[in-house]
Design a protein around this ligand. Structure first.
Ligand SMILES: *Cc1c(COP(=O)(O)O)cnc(C)c1O
Length: 439
């Protein structure tokens, strides 16, 4: 496979950007090699600067649930931008997207648009603190919530800990307001509530943790969080930046039918343009400025072009059977990968049960393990990532693009055809057999 143009572009980019990129995972550090510079995308396919074509399962890390350059989204963007790209004043498009969302979501009543997932979560945390007049927040090891200071905190060595910063530049005093516990562990949460009685403003969780593998939680566990939060007058914050509009129009809240107090969204909501959102009851949202005293603002918030892209994409998501079809496709892909894998590994003499593909809706995650369930970060075998590196490389050689890290999930989109999925499964069978030979 030719890589010269991507390599030259990357050399140049390294002069301009730290690590040559504008977001770290793009640098291919965990798989090695040079990142591919993408020139265009259409449907489920992307082309790199050297003209190589790939079937894409990264989907810009989740936003592109319809695939690349969807006709309706592109048309909406063009039509809107012809009339100006930003005014810093309200536009009707904000009402339209809000109405589309709120009419079809039973879990929130009032919202605020922002420009990224990070910004949505950061603002939601401020709301939780302002509303409860408490400072501490509780998060889970293995959940990602963007790069704001309070959330760049990882677990320490005990069951209930103030975390350690996971980034230089985050003051110790911030870290002391963030409690970190393992996922899927009721005792740890109970202990935190005892130790920090009446101090915890909110419990924040990805109800479908999908940024550090796919660590599916039991519904009973999420219900337990709901109950313990209510008992302690602590807010339950669902960070649905990845699961929102992905496992269903109402995201994980709808999937599990659990009412959180605040929900954050991003990714899919903007149709591939930068949009984030947080929402709650009208009463709670009225604590946000200018109505209330929790300050939050944004020059480009509710940007009309981004709103138009979001409206176009979410309108498609509301079509009957949209999510059911996506889920069937994903199941078909997984079943077909296993068929191919089994015949390939049998040929190469590898044991069959060393591979799992965890999935929910149109999200899937490949894990090199014989564990049938993985519900917490500590259950992931870091050493198994060496198989992923080979898998990733061999898939690229075979024209399949997945996120360049074994901790990242893949996404099936509306534009994937049966032929795409069959070709992908065949590539997986061969690539997995090569990767697994190491075992
Ligand atoms: C992607 C993601 C974020 C951060 O969103 P950005 O748009 O990258 O800032 C936050 N929370 C979750 C659950 C995410 O998946």
């Amino acid at each position: 496979m030719k890589r010269e143009k991507s390599e030259a572009l990357f050399e140049k980019a390294k002069k301009y950007f730290p690590g040559g990129v504008n977001s770290p995972v793009r640098a291919f550090r965990s798989v090695g090699g040079t990142p591919l510079f993408i020139q265009k995308g259409k449907g489920a396919h992307i082309w790199d600067a050297d003209g190589n074509e790939f079937i894409d399962f990264c989907g810009s890390w989740g936003p592109l649930i319809l695939g690349h350059a969807n006709g309706k989204v592109v048309e909406a963007i063009k039509r809107t931008v012809e009339n100006g790209s930003s005014f810093g004043a309200p536009t009707e498009l904000e009402n339209e997207l809000a109405e589309l969302i709120l009419k079809n979501n039973r879990y929130i009543q009032k919202i605020r648009f922002v420009s990224s997932g990070t910004e949505a979560v950061m603002s939601a945390i401020r709301l939780a603190r302002g509303y409860t007049k408490r400072n501490k927040i509780l998060k889970f090891d293995g959940c990602y919530h963007g790069h704001s200071d309070s959330l760049l905190v990882k677990a320490g060595s005990g069951l209930v800990t103030f975390g350690n910063t996971s980034s230089a530049g985050v003051p110790e005093s911030f870290v002391n307001e963030t409690i970190v516990v393992p996922l899927n562990n009721e005792e740890a949460v109970r202990q935190a509530f005892t130790e920090f009685k009446d101090q915890i403003a909110c419990v924040i969780i990805e109800p479908i943790p999908a940024n550090n593998g796919l660590l599916l939680q039991r519904k009973e566990y999420l219900q337990f969080l709901r109950t313990i939060c209510t008992e302690n007058k602590t807010l339950l914050l669902f960070d649905e930046v990845i699961s929102g509009f992905r496992v269903g129009f109402e995201g994980a809240a709808g999937y599990y039918n659990i009412q959180p107090d605040i929900i954050t969204y991003g990714k899919i909501i903007g149709g591939g343009l930068p949009v984030g959102m947080y929402g709650a009851s009208a009463e709670m949202m009225n604590h946000i400025s200018p109505e209330g005293n929790v300050y939050q603002a944004g020059t480009l918030s509710g940007n009309p072009v981004a709103m138009a892209a979001g409206i176009a994409q979410l309108t498609e998501c509301l079509k009957p059977n949209f999510y059911k079809d996506l889920e069937s496709k994903t199941q078909f892909l997984i079943d077909t990968i296993f068929q191919n894998y089994k015949s390939c590994v049998t040929l190469s003499g590898v044991e069959e049960d060393q591979l799992q593909i965890f999935s929910i809706g149109s999200i899937f995650w490949i894990a090199f393990t014989d564990k049938k369930n993985i519900g917490s970060a500590e259950e992931i075998d870091a050493d198994s990532m060496k198989y992923f590196r080979i898998l990733h490389k061999e898939l690229l050689e075979r024209g399949v693009y997945i996120g360049p890290s074994g901790y990242e999930v893949g996404f099936v989109c509306e534009a994937h055809t049966e032929d795409d999925l069959i070709r992908t499964a065949k590539a997986f069978g061969e690539a997995l057999a090569i990767a697994m030979k190491l075992k």
